[in-house]
Design a binder for this molecule. Structure first.
Ligand SMILES: Nc1ncnc2c1ncn2[C@@H]1O[C@H](COP(=O)(O)OP(=O)(O)OP(=O)(O)O)[C@@H](O)[C@H]1O
Ligand SMILES: [Mg+2]
Length: 407
């Protein structure tokens, strides 16, 4: 952190520059930056991103620089104080701002939170797929146990990462049509993943494995689908083909980013069932990102609740569903339809997420919170441990779960 001091000071300057507009307490309007201000921001952005890029592109990086040790060997992934920022022309978007959570081996961790809270950027950071050069991991560790070695993915060079991505960690994206290449046959695209990570396999063996994978994800006409282009498949079949591709190398960690949002409810249930069965079959772990609390309730062993680039609460599924603590989680639970809820309108959390370029220096949820009290005007709350599994970042729980009175 210390060796980055000068670098961090520089992007604080950008924050201050944007923050200078309209005084310090009023919302700053980042839509009206003068040409001079814009030039200054893009000059600073360039300096910062070039510095980070040159670090990332170094050749001959020693393995010892990115070798890590797990805090708990039962975890497959440990995300520790991750900061991923986008250096845009109107300022620094702190998309992920100090996120920490673990994925235990063999378990499913659900990540929930409002649109734009940094769920996808967290998963893209794990995969080294954040849009560079403007998107950069600027701080934190992502420790991953690949079986052969424990990597700190945040420091792993790109060429080494190519051996992990698709092989040890794979990702199922939200919209399969944008992830499958429209000009290649489905079978060829799955073949490519297998070939890339198994150079010793013959073409026949690769094809056999692909067909086996297509069958495994529940597509009956596997030989036929092997020869089809993505546009010839239905949405559900495309998503299954994506899952086949993601699981082709039996990854240790599967990241599923809203894998069923574009599908109807029955197909959604089938895909989720499939994912769960396959996960157990290949002895993998899942990080499941979704808006759907119903899916989380059914699939997840642990739940992480994110809000505006930070984790506000995390715990076992039981902790979060039966004892939600953070006012945001309580609001989320209240806005979920349920069979015992006989209401005309479902609850919606008033207000909206603060501008990610100019976050307040107090709790990000305070302005929408109906339980805010004096302490909430102070710094962003630290994370309090309520039990071994349950943690919450809210001043109401500063005394180990004792709730303060409302003011
Ligand atoms: N390439 C980019 N350039 C600039 N900002 C970006 C970029 N990608 C994401 N962001 C910003 O990062 C923040 C987090 O985005 P992210 O995609 O992680 O949200 P999300 O939680 O996945 O939302 P959703 O549920 O809608 O998918 C948002 O404020 C978004 O505007
Ligand atoms: Mg997303």
């Amino acid at each position: 952190m210390d060796k980055n001091k000068g670098f961090f000071d520089r992007f604080k300057i950008i924050g201050r520059w944007v923050g200078k507009k309209n005084g310090s307490n009023t919302p700053k309007n980042v839509n009206y930056l003068s040409a001079k201000e814009l030039r200054m921001i893009s000059r600073e952005n360039r300096k910062i991103t070039e510095e980070l890029e040159s670090k990332r592109k170094r050749v001959g990086v020693l393995e010892s620089e990115y070798r890590a040790t797990m805090k708990n060997p039962d975890n497959i992934l440990e995300i520790d104080n991750l900061h991923t920022y986008f250096f845009t022309d109107i300022g620094v978007v702190k998309a992920v701002d100090g996120v920490s959570f673990n994925v235990p081996k063999g378990k499913t961790v659900g990540v929930v939170g409002e649109s734009g809270c940094g769920k996808s950027v967290t998963s893209l950071s794990i995969m080294h797929l954040v849009q560079r050069p403007q998107g950069q991991i600027v701080e934190g560790e992502i420790r991953f146990d690949s079986g052969d070695m424990i990597y700190d993915i945040a420091k792993t060079p790109t060429d080494r990462m190519q051996k992990i991505r698709g092989n040890k960690i794979s990702m199922i994206f939200q919209e399969p049509m944008t992830s499958l290449n429209p000009v290649f046959k489905v079978g060829m695209q799955i073949d490519e993943v297998i070939e890339l990570h198994n150079s010793h396999m013959t073409r026949d063996l690769v094809k056999r494995r692909t067909i086996e994978m297509i069958e495994m994800v529940g597509i009956a006409d596997s030989e036929g689908v092997y020869e089809m282009y993505p546009h010839e498949l239905s949405g559900g079949m495309r998503q299954r083909a994506m899952i086949a591709m993601a699981l082709a190398c039996s990854p240790k960690l599967i990241i599923a980013d809203e894998p069923t949002t574009a599908l109807d409810v029955t197909i959604q249930a089938q895909i989720m069932d499939l994912l769960r069965t396959l996960k157990d079959k290949i002895n993998s772990s899942i990080m499941l990102i979704t808006h759907d609390l119903g899916v989380i309730a059914e699939m997840a062993d642990f739940v992480v609740v994110m809000y505006a680039g930070r984790v506000v609460e995390q715990g076992s599924a039981r902790d979060i569903f039966y004892n939600p603590l953070h006012p945001y989680t309580v609001g989320l639970m209240a806005s979920k339809p349920g069979k015992d809820k006989n209401v005309e309108r479902l609850y919606s959390i008033p207000g909206s997420v603060p501008n990610p370029i100019d976050m307040p220096n107090y709790c990000y949820f305070k302005d929408r919170c109906d339980r805010a009290f004096e302490a909430c005007n102070g710094e962003y709350p630290p994370t309090y441990s309520i039990s071994e599994t349950h943690k919450v970042a809210c001043y109401h729980y500063a005394n180990g779960g004792v709730t303060h009175d409302r003011s």
